[in-house]
Ligand binder design. Structure first.
Ligand code: LAQ
Length: 375
């Protein structure tokens, strides 16, 4: 069946089920498919929030006994692992200047850069048949079919000539999902023609005095597939990966194209998108960290011992000054005022302090401005 024909079937099924609760429309489409082919979905959205929420929902809520493939691309974005520290991993200032979002995904591992020259894929299989290497081999075979001599290294990354072109992350869903069946999934990136200079700039961070719990990324030399075989495009990679998936797991149906509207029909996906966009998830999930900042001011040398957990400033934060009593008292006051604030967000405090007037307010405002820039 052609992609267009299939889309029509999907939409007709959605119309027919108009009486059913909204959240069930997509599951209805999945379960009423005439074919028992392992499903293959290709996203028509390039929004990282849509794609990551949909991916998460697919692997938590759909039939765990059937292998499944999902392929998507995101507009420029930085995707951090579940247990990472955005202040440590990312050049947040460069990100803000370019208007590029960072998104904390649900799976663990390191930080990656995405743009339309990077294609992501998730392969999910029943837990019993989970084999990390064989799914990486599946994707390497797809790449070889397009030209570049790809192979899987000992970390299960896919490489060409010693350069990584792809990063794999695998995970087994935890016990919370036992009741509905457990599946294992891999997801990975494929650098086809991504802006690698952008990747370097955005993932560069100079916060050497920030010490964090959680996971740090493992930096490695990367290359695009197009470096080895010029002209390789997303569509060719999708085609080759779907063919390899079908070879291994069976079936012959064309992929189902999933648009934003299809995703939004599922209540859990809508909730997932909201969660990924929330400050509580993006920043509030940050593991505990400390950050020591020092700078000389006309009133003395100031050292800030910042301490944060869940993205909030803790009361163990101390701001010291080696100058006179006025400076020391002003710094101590800032330390107290900062407690409970969101890390890096001092704009409200600055406007409050500036209204106070006097020398102490000047010191507090200058120090707060400096902290706001450095945090
Ligand atoms: N897009 C992309 N592809 C490959 N390698 C990358 C990419 N972006 C950054 N990097 C390099 O990898 C390291 C991080 O490697 P590290 O091994 O620490 O990270 C991972 O295990 C992340 C895998 C996540 C895959 C998911 C699949 C769908 S959504 S994201 C980084 O510092 C760069 O050097």
């Amino acid at each position: 069946m052609s992609i267009l024909r299939q889309l029509k079937v999907v939409r007709t099924a959605a119309l027919r089920s108009a009486q059913a609760p909204t959240a069930r429309v997509f599951s209805y489409q999945l379960s009423t498919k005439a074919s028992k082919d392992p499903p293959v979905y290709v996203s028509a959205s390039d929004c990282p929030y849509h794609n990551l929420a949909f991916e998460d929902w697919l692997f938590r809520k759909t039939d765990a006994s059937v292998p499944l493939l999902f392929i998507y691309r995101n507009a420029p974005s930085v995707i951090i692992g579940r247990n990472q520290n955005p202040w440590k991993e990312i050049n947040l200032r460069a990100l803000n200047t370019l208007g590029i979002p960072f998104v904390r995904r649900k799976s663990g591992g390191g930080t990656v850069y995405h743009d339309l020259g990077n294609t992501n894929y998730s392969v999910s299989v029943p837990r019993e048949s989970f084999d990390r290497r064989s799914n990486a081999e599946l994707v390497a075979a797809a790449v070889r079919a397009l030209g570049p001599p790809a192979y899987v290294n000992e970390r299960h990354d896919i490489c060409v000539d010693g350069y990584k072109i792809c990063l794999f992350f695998s995970s087994l869903f935890g016990s919370a999902y036992k009741i509905i069946g457990r599946r294992a999934y891999h997801h990975g990136t494929m650098l086809i023609s991504a802006k690698l200079d952008q990747l370097g700039d955005l993932l560069r961070n100079t916060k050497d005095t920030l010490t964090t719990k959680g996971v740090e990324s493992v930096r490695s030399p990367v290359r695009n597939l197009s470096h080895f075989t010029p002209g390789i495009a997303h569509e060719a990679f999708v085609g080759a990966t779907v063919r390899e998936f079908r070879k291994k797991y069976g079936g012959n149906e064309k992929p189902t194209i999933v648009g934003k509207d299809d995703m939004f029909r599922v209540e859990d996906v809508r909730k997932g998108i909201e969660e990924l966009q929330s400050w509580e998830w993006s920043h509030g999930q940050t593991p505990e960290f400390t950050h020591v900042l020092t700078r000389s001011f006309p009133w003395g040398a100031i050292t800030a011992h910042m301490h944060s957990k869940h993205g909030l400033i803790l009361d163990s934060t101390r701001i010291d000054c080696d100058g006179d009593t006025v400076c020391a008292e002003s710094c101590a006051a800032i330390g107290e005022e900062l407690v409970g604030s969101r890390y890096g967000d001092v704009s409200e405090l600055i406007s409050r302090v500036e209204g106070d007037g006097g020398e102490k307010a000047d010191i507090r405002s200058a120090v707060l401005r400096w902290l706001g820039e450095e945090m």
